[in-house]
Each structure stands twice: as C-alpha cells, then as structure tokens.
Design a protein around this ligand. Structure first.
Ligand code: OAD
Length: 260
C-alpha cells in the first residue's frame, strides 16, 4: 500500500470542503480504529464464520440460538467501542452542512452516536443505516406484528428458552439488521440514491464495495457527476471511479480532509 501524499490530500480536501451537499458513504473500515472488526480482510469476521450459517433468514429459522449468540457477541464487543476521529470529523462536517448525508453499511451505531454529539437537534437523522441496527430488534412476525425498536439489554443466548421474545405477541424477536437474501428498506434506499443523484461530492470511507445494492450508492454519485474521494487501506472496485483515491487509515485521513 502506498500511503496518500500531501498533494493528494490537499486536492481531495479542496473538493470536499467546497461541497455543500456532501454524501459520505461508509463501510466497516471507518469503525476499524474503534475496535470493530471488519467483515473481509485480515481479522475480518467472515473469515472465522460462514455468512450463510449466521446472517440469513434460513440460518435463524434453523438455529435462532446460534444466530443470537453471534449477535450477542458482536453487541458486547461494539458496546465497548467509541466513535473514532473519522466518525467525529464526518459528524462535525455534516452538522455544519445540513444538506449533507451519511449513508453507512455499518450496523454499529457509531456514526449516529457521533452525530448526536455534534448536532443534538438533527442527531441520528443525518445517518441512513442501509443494513440496519445492531442494537435494534423486531418481531419475527413483523410487519404483521408492529414490535420494532431499540433493545440494549444483554441478550441471553445460552438456550432457546432464554432468547428475547415479543412482549405483544410472544413470537421470537430477531436482530433488526438486513440479512443476506433480504431486501433493504425502501425508504433508506430512496434516501441514499436520492442523495447520490444530488451530491456535489462523495466521500467513500472503508468499504470493500462488493455488497449490492449498497455499493452502487457511491457509483451512482460518481456517474451523476459528483467527484468521488475514496479513503481505504486498499484498492477497491470504486478506486477506478475516484477523482482521488487515498490509501491509509480512516481515523487519520478523514479529519485531515474535513476539519478546519
Ligand atoms: P468489508 O470488511 O468488506 O471491507 C472493509 C474495508 O475497509 C476494506 O476495503 C478494507 O481495506 C478497509 N479498511 C480496513 N481498515 C481500514 C482503516 N483503518 N481505514 C480505512 N479503510 C480500512 O466491509 P464493508 O465494505 O462494510 O453486510 O462490507 C459490506 C457489507 O458486507 C457489510 O455491511 C455486511 C457485510 O456482509 C451485511 O451484513 C448485510
């Protein structure tokens, strides 16, 4: 990996700081320096678990306890993590430019926490979480049963009998995340692609850009004419679309790009 040069950073900074409607599109790499494992690459969680065994509706139907155990582990891990300098720089920029939007594939809630700190009035609404919320649950009978919300209490996945259940109808609760084979929320997709069409610039941070339809958000912005700035430890399929593609760590580069 060749680290980003001062010239590249200066060029990207000029583009980003001139954007009124900035679209920030992120993946697991933006939270890596907070201690949240990425999905792919060294230490990625998909290296030790098979996605189709855990993050699918079929897996939950087959063994809800195993799936909840994995999510309980991730929830405990993320609960100990704090937003890092990249989340904070993004949140400050979006607070100062209210037509900007963060679209993230992450379910860890770290952008939302940074956003609430930077702008308590708009707070979490400046973030669209395409793949859902790690600390959210919904009834397995949803939408027939309307139970859906935040659930921060510890999940006891030691047996099928201790798993969380819906207070309204008694059915099992499930994590409020998007699993492989499931559709993303239509309102989230619309907000993301609308922002992509209207963006003055797009900053992409820490995503391998291989999971669809999310990965198409940044490509759509680039095709609609927005200069694309990429921050990633490695080259990705988006790098060739980027006006400037910066190699390095999000928590170092993003504040250098966005802060005064
Ligand atoms: P990945 O794990 O696929 O990719 C993480 C990216 O972050 C890689 O391109 C790394 O090079 C980069 N990276 C790692 N550390 C970094 C750092 N400190 N600074 C900058 N970049 C860094 O994660 P995503 O692209 O988010 O979906 O994965 C997309 C989706 O795949 C996830 O939302 C999840 C997963 O399956 C679902 O669960 C539906």
């Amino acid at each position: 990996m060749t680290a980003a040069t001062a010239d590249e950073i200066a060029r990207a900074r000029t583009i980003l700081r001139g954007a009124r409607r900035l679209l920030v599109f992120t993946g697991a790499g933006v939270s890596a320096e907070s201690g949240v494992p990425t999905f792919r690459g060294p230490g990625g969680v998909w290296n030790s678990y098979r996605a189709e065994e855990l993050a699918t509706p079929e897996a939950f139907a087959r063994d809800a306890r195993l799936v909840w155990e994995w999510y309980a582990w991730r929830r405990t891990l993320v609960a100990r993590c704090e937003p890092n300098a990249a989340h904070h720089a993004i949140a400050r920029h979006v607070a100062a430019h209210p037509e900007s939007l963060v679209v993230t594939q992450n379910v860890d809630g770290l952008h939302q926490r940074a956003a609430r700190e930077a702008d308590p009035t708009r707070g979490g609404t400046s973030v669209v979480a395409l793949h859902g919320h790690l600390f959210g649950v919904r009834c397995t009978r949803w939408p027939a049963c309307s139970t859906r919300g935040t659930h921060v209490a510890t999940i006891d996945a030691t047996s099928a009998d201790t798993l969380p259940r819906c207070e309204r109808c008694g059915a099992l609760l499930r994590p409020d995340v998007v699993w492989f084979g499931e559709a993303l929320e239509a309102t989230d997709l619309e907000a993301a692609f609308d922002a992509a069409q209207r963006a003055d610039a797009c900053l992409v941070v820490g995503t391998s850009a291989v999971v669809q339809p999310a990965a198409s958000v940044a490509a759509t912005a680039a095709r609609a004419g927005a200069p694309l700035i990429e921050v990633n430890a490695e080259v990705t399929p988006l790098s060739r679309l980027a006006t400037v593609s910066l190699r390095g760590r999000a928590a170092e580069l993003v504040p250098a790009l966005l802060d005064d």
